[in-house]
Structures are given as C-alpha cells and as structure tokens.
Design a protein around this ligand. Structure first.
Ligand SMILES: Cc1ncc(COP(=O)(O)O)c(C=O)c1O
Length: 386
C-alpha cells in the first residue's frame, strides 16, 4: 500500500462536500421533522411527467443506453433555437465542468475564478494540475470586477469562470459587463458562463447570441434546479460547434443512463412544471428576503433560488442550532465565506419554519451573550476579505 503513488494533483484538490442529507440529520439528531434548504433543489419534487417516463424506461434497463446523445441534443437545440452540434451533455453540470478542465487545461495552465463562488471550479481545475488565479468579487455587493478579471489574464490563462446568477451570492453579471469582457478577452481564453440558475433571474443577458456568433464561450445549464431533477444527474454545455464537439470527445462512453434520457426528454416537454417552480421560487424569495431584512443578519438581494446571509454570531454555531430545530441550511466555508450561511427557497411552510427557527436561534445566542466578534477574528487570517 505504501508503495502506491497517488496522483498528487487529485490529492491536493479540495474535496467537495454537498448539503447534509435529511436521513443523516434525522439519525444524528433524533428528529423526524426535518426540512432541507441546503442544496438549491426544487421545492416541488420532480415533474410527474418525468417520473412516469423514467418508470416506463426502467423496463428496458437490461439494454445499454444510446451511445450518442442525439435525441437530447435535438430537443435542447429546439428549446434554445440552436443546432444539435452546439450541445454537449453530461452527468450533471459538474460533469461538464470536469470535461472543461480535462479538455482545455494541462499542468501549469491558469484558470481564473471569481470568488466567492461554486467550489467545483476550483476542484476540477486543481485535479488536472492547473493553477487557480482568484479575482474577488466586490466585497460589499458581490458584483463582478471586469477590469480586475481582464487584468488577471496572462499568456497561460485558458479558462475564465463567470457564474450568473452566482452561487452563493445571488449576484449577476450585467449585459454591458459581459460585452466588455468578451470584447477584450484574448482568443486563447475560453469563457465558462455558468447559468444553472438563469430561470430565476430577472434580467438575463442574451448569452446564446454570443454562441451563435461563434464566441469562445461555453454556457452551462442543469436539470438540477428549475427542472427539479437534481438526483437524476443531467446537465449540458452550449457552445460553438467546434468547442462542443471537442468537449464531447472528452466524455466516457455511455455517459448518460437510459433513465436520464427518458426523464430529461420528458422534463423538457413539461413547461408547466418549470413555470410553477419559477413562480414559487420568485414569490418565496421575495418573502424570505423581506423576513431576513427584519432579523439581526446582513442579507443580499438574490437572482437565484437561494439567499446568502451573514449572522452576527459564529455561522457554524448558527447552522448547528438550526439543525437542532429541524432546518438544514448551508454553511459557506468551502464557498470562501466562513462567516456566512445560504438558504434555499422552499415551499411557503418551509420558508416560515426556517425564519421562525433562525429568529429563535439568534435570540437564544443573544440571550447567552455569545461573541459577536466573529468577523474581526477571521479578518486576521488574511485568507478571506469578505
Ligand atoms: C453554480 C453551479 N454550477 C453548477 C452546479 C452543478 O449542478 P449539477 O451538477 O447538479 O447539474 C451547481 C450545483 O449546485 C451550481 O450551483
């Protein structure tokens, strides 16, 4: 065993830890009534049409799934008004992020990540031995700093990640900023435009137009959010045909299973389901933001199906006490924000339960005289400036 040599790049890459599972928290805390608002999932359950299609497809699971993904790519092309060759499918958006890193990065290359953001960019870049170059979002409102992003580009830069709406800050890049960025990026840099939350945004730039015009860009979409199929694992990239085909070549054979083909196609046809999720999220988000605004926390406006907030006490302690009251929120340490928490918009009753629990936890900590000096303590670490 000791003679084995493990790939040092993989050993050094941070391990992504997902939101806690309801069953695990039930077991650990001995409470039945738990709500999970930790992973930006749909509050509605999956589309019933997708479930029916997957049940029917289960009868043929003795057969291999299709080698290619033409059926899905054609349906996606129809949805977005592009050609099937503009699409690459994957086992969730994370798989596309991994394909991007494996297809475009070699050891020593650089990738620019605008933090705080989704930690899987970091993970996939480091796994292939490439260097991460951080550009921080504006510390107060988390907007993109396009000038700083362009200034970070070197001859070694290969990928630049933009997440809009950004997880976990809920902030977006404006159409003007995106235009400036794309007009100034040198041709050896590919822009990764992660839009897995675009359904929930008020003003979304016309990113498909850039793909149509052949810009160096890959747009990332997922079935895990507005389509309510996080457990299915289906995501896709949208890019000029040459880039999409290059990414498809980096895939493994049979990268999607038969249930995913059936469920994904049925979900695309169930427009009413997506409309209902978006309506529910927008309503719930407005309510949550208003309620959080009344509590002793700092909160940011959000264009995603989640909101970020900063309690005045230790965030890990607040999250732990929320668990004891049956609410799973998401500590933000691996999202580069150890003093913040994120909560997903749930059903109205879930949002109410969360707000009641958070109010009680803050009152409890206040009554106990808990330290409010968390931000000052962590400012000294020099690692995070938020
Ligand atoms: C910004 C962002 N990108 C990509 C993903 C990956 O989504 P999935 O792999 O579930 O499709 C997520 C998941 O939470 C995300 O928040």
């Amino acid at each position: 065993m000791t003679d084995l040599s493990f790939n040092p790049n993989i050993a050094a890459a941070p391990i992504y830890v997902g939101g806690a599972a309801i069953a695990d928290i039930q077991k650990q805390y001995g409470i039945d009534d738990i709500i999970k608002l930790a992973s930006n999932e749909s509050p509605l359950g999956p589309s019933p049409r997708a479930v029916a299609a997957m049940q029917a497809a289960a009868a043929n699971l003795n057969r291999y799934p299709p080698m290619g993904d033409e059926s899905l790519r054609s349906a996606l092309a129809q949805l977005h008004g592009l050609e099937p060759d503009n699409f690459v499918t994957g086992n969730g958006g994370c798989d596309i992020l991994n394909l991007l890193a494996t297809a475009f990065l070699t050891p020593g290359d650089e990738a620019i990540i605008c933090r705080p953001t989704f930690p899987v960019y970091d993970n996939t870049v480091r796994r292939v031995g490439a260097q991460v170059v951080y550009v921080d979002l504006e510390p107060d409102n988390f907007s993109y700093d396009v000038e700083a992003m362009l200034a970070a580009v070197t001859g070694k830069t290969r990928l630049l990640y933009v997440c809009s709406p950004n997880n976990p800050t809920g902030s977006t890049i404006s159409a003007e900023q995106l235009d400036t960025l794309l007009n100034h990026l040198p041709p050896h840099v590919l822009l990764v435009m992660d839009e897995v939350y675009y359904h929930f945004a008020a003003n979304h730039p016309d990113t498909l137009g850039y793909v149509r015009r052949g810009q160096n860009m890959v747009i990332l979409h997922s079935f895990s959010k507005a389509y309510g199929l996080a457990g299915l694992r289906l995501g896709y990239g949208i890019a000029p045909a040459e880039i999409a085909q290059y990414l498809s070549r980096a895939r493994l054979p049979f990268h999607l299973d038969s249930l995913t083909f059936a469920g994904g196609l049925a979900a695309l046809a169930d427009i009413d389901y997506v409309d209902e999720v978006v309506r529910l999220v927008k309503e719930g988000r407005a309510w949550l933001l208003a309620q959080l605004g009344q509590l002793d926390v700092r909160v940011w406006p959000s264009q995603g199906n989640f909101t970020l907030f900063k309690p005045p006490f230790d965030a890990a302690e607040v999250s732990e006490r929320l668990l004891r009251r049956g609410v799973i929120s998401r500590p933000m340490t691996q999202f580069y924000l150890p003093t913040h928490l994120r909560v997903t918009v749930g059903l109205p009753a879930e949002n109410e339960k969360f707000i009641a629990a958070l109010g009680a936890v803050l009152a409890e900590l206040d009554a106990e005289g808990a330290s409010r000096s968390v931000a000052a303590r962590q400012a000294g670490s020099g690692e995070f400036k938020f």
